[in-house]
Design a binder for this molecule. Structure first.
Ligand code: GLN
Ligand code: ZN
Length: 763
């Protein structure tokens, strides 16, 4: 018996986002269901091919999804809310209606809510359960994909989202806890595992990622009970329970005691849990070691890892070990070999999903056959790690010195908000309840195609810049005509608020195909932060100065904040993240200083990722909040009293972090509020928020044009909890995904609403 190589899941989109192309042409009506199915089958075949040719022992199936695996699970167990049910609608149309909203027959239906998958940038659809929800096995997707893989010659290990994580992630009607549905749900899982076993599966992977959360005893018992039931339902089927995105901490003993054949541990986020696990694991239990990073792109130092793994193999025995990624590779780009822009040195430090497969396979073989058999591979891996460690490209003495020279006053505006406010009022001359937007205007087809042509070298820089400036001129004249008070240039030159800055900062690289699924067909291309970060030259000043030259009203300088750049990048793993964040903060601080020197009186620093950076465990929150708030303050505090700092966050859950938000000490914060109809303002009334706030007046995700009346009503609601003279009127978020014919009337109505609210609430 030997150590087994394993994988927990592979990216779905394809190396050139083939699935995205197929999905979007299906949604446009240009590709029929059979065409979409064929494109999806091609993706799965390619994924299995990559994994088998790397020589993996355990290859997953049912990790694929047309949209999201939590949605797949909801559909599979028959948890389809009534609004999506109508005779004659195809399963596929129902599925996409749940994912995206749209029409069922002639009724318009809203989509399921979407939220972040643990602390990743992947979003899942939140299943909706009724009080007395019933379940049935409504789809055989896991069985179908098992057969499909076998037809390609691959015996796979089906992956299921575990019943308890599924219930935990769902949202339910009524007051009863999520586990009240467990007894109704388990028979469906029992039927499914029996079916999978009957159809020839020998191993099954059940993901219970909620085990890395702090859990009430009831949930732990529910997990124990569900695994007992599944074991009993198919006694000969071997089961691997997987945990990832953190250590098991208090749940470790209970997890090791589950009646399963193997337990997967994420040893990248919590290497320390292994010793305890080895000590506590029952003697017949296999440990699946998540030792190569499933979420980050750094090439593994294989010899160093073998130094750690060989003693474990000797202690436990090879037949009790699996080696794999820390979590599903869903969060990695597919293949490094297609990259063009990255230089050779940087590429040699990286591994995407396809390269991770080779790493797993080399590690496993070295454990089974000895290092000598893999001499060349191990030497190459060790040399790359050494080169990266020693490279001057990761280390900039000037940046280091600057961090060492950090003074407490770098984190502080000179005077408190009260004093600054008076100076800003004099300087800016804004009305009460000023109107503004969050930054971006529609990224039109023309803007996107111009950018693509520029990137491919089909138009020169002058032509490109002039086209973007023409867009800015249009945006400014529209805003003046609409009567907005604080204007924006519209961000046409930015493909993405993080990637754009990633391309301009030293120590960061952008990729050609480093796409990662964010939700559905939507992908992002996170920059790779590989070295000390600094700003070699001003990044936004020319654009903003140009826009400002067109108008007498203030134009906001528009920047992405340090925490958001950090969260939405692949971050270096050779120093603490807070140090990297502080470096970015100083780079943004330099840009803020230059914008102020260029004459800008209002500067916005967006931090939409601030909240999602909160660690999964409450005990780790304080440390995070401390360094994240400090980073924002470093970025924002170099300016004089008369410069107004705005920040923006696109969510509404502030209750537990309101003090940290206040500690940002931004003069103005804009937040999402319209979807929850100002409910969030609860947080702002319980805690007296000291500075100015712009609660979003309309939902930018919807094409619907908000009426003046409804926005006036929202302003009245906001004025109940926030003094009227500290309120702003703005949308929920940037408008880049909308059309101009939606944006124009929406903003005209918003200005009209502000005018009316001033008259009604002014005194
Ligand atoms: N300024 C950015 C925009 O308007 C903010 C986007 C965001 O918060 N996600 O697009
Ligand atoms: Zn936003």
């Amino acid at each position: 018996m030997s150590v087994l190589s394993t994988n927990l899941g592979f990216p779905r989109m394809g190396p050139a986002r083939e699935l995205k192309t197929a999905l979007e042409s299906h949604w446009r009506g240009e590709l029929d269901a059979a065409g979409l199915a064929a494109a999806a089958a091609e993706r799965r075949a390619d994924n299995w091919q990559r994994q088998t040719s790397a020589g993996l022992d355990h290859v997953p199936s049912n990790d694929f999804s047309l949209y999201d695996h939590v949605l797949d699970t909801a559909v599979m167990v028959g948890a389809i809310p009534d609004r999506y049910r109508e005779a004659g609608t195809s399963d596929l149309a129902t599925y996409f209606a749940m994912a995206r909203g749209g029409h069922i027959g002639d009724r318009e239906v809203t989509a399921l809510e979407m939220t972040k998958w643990f602390d990743t940038n992947y979003h899942y659809l939140v299943p909706e359960l009724r009080t007395a929800q019933t379940f049935e096995l409504a789809s055989t997707k896991p069985v179908d994909e098992l057969h499909e893989a076998r037809a390609h010659g691959t015996a796979t290990r089906p992956v299921l989202l575990g019943p308890v994580s599924f219930l935990h992630l769902a949202k339910r009607e009524g007051i009863n806890g999520p586990m009240t549905s467990l007894d109704a749900l388990l028979p469906v899982y029992e039927e499914l595992v029996q079916l999978l076993h009957a159809e020839g599966a020998t191993w099954l992977q059940i993901d219970e990622p909620i085990l890395v959360h702090e859990l009430p005893g009831e949930t732990i018992e529910a997990i124990a009970k569900s695994f007992q039931r599944l074991r009993y339902a198919a006694p000969d089927l071997q089961v691997l329970v997987t945990t990832y995105f953190g250590g098991l901490r208090d749940n470790l003993d209970a997890t090791l005691a589950l009646p399963v054949d193997a337990v997967h541990l994420d040893l990248v986020t919590d290497a320390g849990q292994l010793d305890r696990a080895i000590e506590k694991a029952p003697s017949e239990l296999t440990l699946s070691l998540g030792v190569v990073d499933g979420r980050n792109v750094w090439r593994t130092d294989l010899p160093a890892l073998l130094d750690r793994l060989e003693p474990i193999r000797d202690r436990l025995g090879a037949d009790r070990l699996m080696v794999g990624p820390s979590c599903s590779m869903l969060h990695l780009p597919v293949d490094l070999s297609t990259e063009i822009r990255l230089d050779g040195e940087l590429s040699s430090w990286l591994a995407f999903a396809t390269q991770r497969l080779d790493e797993i396979s080399i590690l496993t073989r070295a454990l089974n056959e000895g290092r000598d058999a893999l001499d060349a591979e191990l030497a190459a891996s060790g040399a790359a790690a050494k080169a990266r460690r020693e490279s001057p490209r990761t280390n900039d003495p000037g940046v280091r010195q600057r961090l060492d020279d950090h003074r407490p006053e770098d984190e502080r505006r000179e005077r408190p908000y009260r004093v600054r406010r008076a100076t800003q009022t004099d300087r800016l001359g804004l009305p009460t309840l000023p109107t503004t937007t969050i930054g971006s205007f529609p990224q039109t087809k023309e803007v996107r195609s111009m950018r693509a042509r520029f990137r491919k070298g089909k138009v020169d820089e002058a032509t490109y810049t002039e086209a973007m400036r023409a867009y800015v001129r249009g945006a400014i004249s529209f805003q003046e005509a609409a009567g907005l008070d604080v204007l924006v240039h519209g961000e046409p030159e930015r493909n993405d608020m993080v990637e754009y800055f990633g391309g301009l900062l030293d120590g960061c690289a952008v990729t050609d195909f480093g796409w990662v699924q964010s939700f559905g067909s939507r992908c992002v291309k996170p920059p790779v932060i590989y070295g000390d970060v600094k700003r070699p030259a001003p990044m936004t000043v020319d654009w903003i100065r140009d826009a400002q030259s067109l108008t007498d009203r203030p134009v906001k300088g528009m920047l992405t904040g340090p925490v958001t750049i950090l969260q939405w990048s692949f971050v270096r793993d050779d120093q603490p993240v807070e140090e990297t964040c502080r470096q970015i903060a100083y780079a943004i601080r330099d840009e803020v200083t230059d914008l102020e020197a260029a004459g800008q009186s209002v500067i916005q620093i967006d931090e939409p990722a601030f909240r999602e950076g909160l660690p999964l465990h409450a005990e780790d929150h304080k440390a995070y909040l401390d360094w994240a708030v400090a980073a924002f303050r470093i970025a924002s505090s170099a300016v004089g009293d008369g410069t107004q700092i705005h920040t923006h966050m696109c969510y509404a859950e502030f209750n537990d972090i309101i003090e940290s938000i206040a500690a940002f000490d931004a003069d103005v914060i804009s937040i999402e509020a319209s979807r929850s109809r100002m409910e969030l303002l609860g947080a702002f009334s319980d805690y007296e928020y000291p500075n100015e706030i712009g609660p979003g007046l309309f939902d930018i995700h919807s094409p619907r044009i908000p009426t003046v009346d409804e926005m006036v009503e929202l302003l009245h609601a906001a004025a109940e909890v926030i003094p009227f003279d500290r309120l702003w009127a703005n949308p929920d978020c940037g408008l880049k995904t909308r059309q101009w014919d939606e944006v124009r009337p929406a903003l005209e109505n918003m200005v009209a609403a502000a005018v009316r609210a001033r008259a009604e609430l002014g005194d």
